[in-house]
Ligand binder design. Structure first.
Ligand SMILES: *Cc1c(COP(=O)(O)O)cnc(C)c1O
Length: 476
C-alpha cells in the first residue's frame, strides 16, 4: 500500500488536525448535539490515533484528513455504538412462543399499564384502604384464585424460580418423588434434577422412562418424603408403550399419606384451548380440581403475559412459600405486576380472549388471513431476493412453542424460498437468510430441506406495510 501513495498525496502525522480544531468544526455539530461532548471527544481520540498510526506507516491519503470526512466517520461510529442492542424483529420462524425471541407479546391493555407504572408512583406495596403497608401479591392473587379455583396464589420472576422456591420451601432436606418419565430439561439451563439439588431437596426417581405405575409412587414414600411431584413433559412426548399416572391418582396417594401433591405445569393455560380449535392441554383449574395442592406455571408462555412464575394452591402452602427468604430474592418488579394484572383481567371475559390476548390471536389466526397475505408478499420477497431465487406461497405448519403441546402443529401459510442455481443451494440460502437478518427490522425465518421458510402467522395485518417497505429494494 505504502508505495502506492505518491509523496504529494501522502499525509504526515504533523498534518493531522488537532482535537480542538475538529471539535469546533461545523461538521461535528450534529454529533455533539446527538451524543454529547464526552462521547464525541472519546470517538475523535480513537479516530485520531488510527490516523496517526497510518500516517507513520506512510499509508494515510491526504483527503482523509478533511474535517468533513473525519466528522462523518466519527459520527457514523457514534451512531452505530448508540444503536440499541435489543431490537425489534419479525418472528417468521413459525414458532409463536419463541423463547429466543422473547415469548409472549403483550396486549395493548398491558402495555398501557406498564407505561403508567414506569412513569407514575403506584400502590405497589401500599394498602389504599388502611393507608398501611401492603403486599405486592395482593394486586393479583384474587384474580389468580378466581381464574384457577385455588385458595391462594403468589408470583415470582419466572417458572424456574417458582419451582425452585416451591421445592426449597416445602422439601428442604427431604425427598421428592418424581417419575423418571418426567425428569425433563427445558431449554438448556432448566433441568428438574439440578433445580431439585439447588433447592436442597432429594430427588427420588420412580418408574422407568416410558412407564410409571401408581405402585411405583406408593412404594417410594417413606418417613423423609416431602411431596409427590408431577412435571409437564413440555418439549417432548413419550409415545408408544407408555404409562403414566394422572394428577388425580398421584394426589390421592399423596393425601392418603398426609403429603402434598405438586404439579409443575410449565406452560400452563387458564382456559380450555379446544374452544378455540387448539389442541387439548390441561388447565390450571382442572389440575387444582384433580387434587393438586400446588401448581406452578409460566406467565409468558400460553398465558400470554409477562415473564413470571405463578404459584397457586392451598393457602397453608402458599403462606409457607411466602415466608421463605428466597421469595424475597425472586420477587417480581412493578412492571411485571403492571403487565400481569390486565392480562389476567382479559381471562374474565373469555368471549373476547381470542381477539384481545395477542398470543391467542396469533395462535388462532385463520388461514383465510394468512394465505392471501402470503400471496401478496410473494412478489415483494421475490423482487427483494433477486435473480436465482424462486419464492412460492405454500402451506406450512406453525408450532405453539415454549414447550406447549410439542407435537401438535397449526396449519399455516407462508413463503418458501429456493435457489435455482447450480452447486450447493445452502450457500445461497444462508446468504439470503443473512441479508434478511441485517435489515433495520431483522426478519427471522428458518432453513430446512434446502429452502428458507418464512411463516407469516405472526405478521399481523397492521405490520404488513412496514414489512413490505423494507423489502422494496433488492437486498444487497
Ligand atoms: C418452561 C418450563 C419451565 C421454566 O419456566 P420459565 O418461565 O421459562 O422459567 C419449567 N417447567 C416446565 C415444565 C416448563 O415447561
Amino acid at each position: 500500500m505504502a508505495d502506492q501513495l505518491s509523496g504529494a498525496s501522502r499525509a504526515a502525522a504533523s498534518d493531522i488536525p488537532s482535537l480542538d480544531r475538529l471539535l469546533n468544526a461545523e461538521a461535528l455539530r450534529p454529533a455533539l448535539d446527538a451524543h454529547g461532548r464526552t462521547q464525541v471527544v472519546a470517538a475523535l481520540r480513537r479516530e485520531l490515533d488510527a490516523l496517526r498510526r497510518r500516517a507513520l506507516d506512510g499509508e494515510l491519503p491526504r483527503h482523509e484528513l478533511d474535517a468533513a470526512a473525519v466528522a462523518a466517520r466519527t459520527s457514523a461510529a457514534l451512531d452505530k455504538a448508540a444503536q440499541p442492542r435489543l431490537r425489534a424483529v419479525y418472528n417468521l420462524t413459525g414458532t409463536v412462543l419463541h423463547t429466543n425471541l422473547g415469548r409472549a407479546l403483550l396486549p395493548d391493555e398491558a402495555v398501557a399499564s406498564v407505561l403508567r407504572a414506569l412513569t407514575t408512583p403506584a400502590n405497589l406495596e401500599f394498602d389504599l384502604d388502611s393507608g398501611g403497608r401492603g403486599d405486592r401479591d395482593d394486586l393479583i392473587d384474587d384474580l389468580l384464585c378466581e381464574l384457577t379455583g385455588a385458595e391462594a396464589a403468589t408470583v415470582v420472576n419466572n417458572n424456574a424460580a417458582a419451582v425452585l422456591l416451591m421445592l426449597n420451601a416445602l422439601a428442604d432436606r427431604r425427598e421428592v418423588v418424581v417419575s423418571r418419565g418426567e425428569l425433563v430439561e427445558i431449554g438448556g439451563a432448566f433441568r428438574i434434577p439440578d433445580i431439585m439439588k439447588r433447592a436442597g431437596a432429594k430427588l427420588v426417581e420412580v418408574g422407568t422412562t416410558n412407564r410409571t405405575h401408581a405402585a411405583d409412587y406408593d412404594n417410594a414414600i417413606g418417613p423423609r418424603t416431602a411431596m409427590l411431584m408431577k412435571v409437564h413433559c413440555s418439549n417432548y412426548a413419550v409415545t408408544g408403550f407408555t404409562k403414566s399416572v394422572g394428577v388425580a391418582e398421584v394426589a390421592a396417594m399423596a393425601h392418603a399419606r398426609g403429603l402434598p401433591a405438586t404439579v409443575d405445569l410449565g406452560s400452563g393455560t387458564l382456559v380450555d384451548l379446544t374452544q378455540f380449535g387448539l389442541p387439548k392441554e390441561d388447565t390450571v383449574r382442572e389440575t387444582i380440581a384433580a387434587g393438586a395442592d400446588l401448581v406452578t406455571f409460566s406467565g409468558d408462555k400460553l398465558l400470554g403475559g409477562p415473564q413470571a412464575g405463578l404459584l397457586v394452591g392451598r393457602a397453608d402452602l402458599i403462606r409457607k412459600i411466602k415466608k421463605n427468604p428466597l421469595k424475597r430474592a425472586l420477587r417480581v418488579g412493578k412492571l411485571t405486576l403492571a403487565a400481569l394484572e390486565p392480562v389476567l383481567h382479559l381471562y374474565r371475559a373469555p368471549e373476547f380472549l381470542a381477539q384481545r390476548l395477542t398470543t391467542l390471536r396469533l395462535l388462532t389466526r385463520p388461514l383465510r388471513d394468512i394465505q392471501p397475505q402470503a400471496e401478496r408478499l410473494r412478489g415483494v420477497l421475490a423482487h427483494a431476493a433477486g435473480p436465482g431465487y424462486a419464492v412460492e406461497a405454500v402451506p406450512m405448519f406453525s408450532q405453539i412453542g415454549s414447550g406447549a403441546l410439542p407435537i401438535d402443529q397449526l396449519p399455516s401459510y407462508g413463503l418458501a424460498v429456493r435457489h435455482a442455481g447450480s452447486g450447493r443451494p445452502g450457500r445461497h440460502l444462508d446468504r439470503l437468510e443473512t441479508l434478511l437478518r441485517r435489515l433495520p427490522v431483522p426478519v427471522i425465518g428458518r432453513i430446512a430441506d434446502d429452502a428458507l421458510w418464512l411463516d407469516l402467522r405472526c405478521l399481523e395485518a397492521r405490520d404488513e406495510a412496514d414489512f413490505s417497505a423494507q423489502l422494496a429494494e433488492p437486498l444487497a
